[in-house]
Design a binder for this molecule. Structure first.
Ligand SMILES: [Zn+2]
Length: 139
């Protein structure tokens, strides 16, 4: 990845702070976001339901984890579900932020440096808010 970073940033002829996605590309990406949003909402709903079920399972059959073979498994599944829920909620926030940027006309621009986010990256991660260069610096 280090070879890419050495290319000068100023070589582009496009004006800054202006994204060059055409309307068809934008519409397609918006479709991806909307579909992903719907799916993520379903996952959140289902996972939240599972977590509720775990809680009531605990109440129905109060056992201590050490003697009940189901105990540790249940605790593990519960923590998995809760991690999944957190992740999905974060994902939903990212999608909503991307849709907002689309409405504001700043979609496809890096929220950090203002540079264009490559179309190839948006196609894989339509909710991306950072260009690949800034994303690499974040971690
Ligand atoms: Zn950037």
């Amino acid at each position: 990845m280090s070879g890419i970073a050495e290319r000068p940033m100023t070589a582009r002829t496009t004006t800054p702070h202006k994204q060059t996605l055409n309307s068809r590309q934008r519409a397609r990406l918006r479709g991806h976001l909307a579909g992903d949003r719907e799916q993520t909402r379903l996952v959140i709903e289902r996972t939240a339901g599972e977590l509720d079920a775990f809680v009531s399972a605990r109440y129905d059959a109060p056992t201590d984890d050490e003697n009940d073979p189901e105990g540790p498994t249940l605790a593990f599944e519960r923590s998995q579900a809760s991690a999944m829920l957190r992740q999905s909620e974060q994902h939903l926030q990212d999608i909503d932020a991307a849709l907002l940027r689309m409405d504001q006309g700043t979609y496809g621009l890096c929220t950090k440096c203002g540079g264009e986010i490559a179309l190839g990256r948006l196609q894989v991660r339509p909710q991306a808010s950072l260009c690949i260069r800034c994303a690499e610096h974040v971690r």
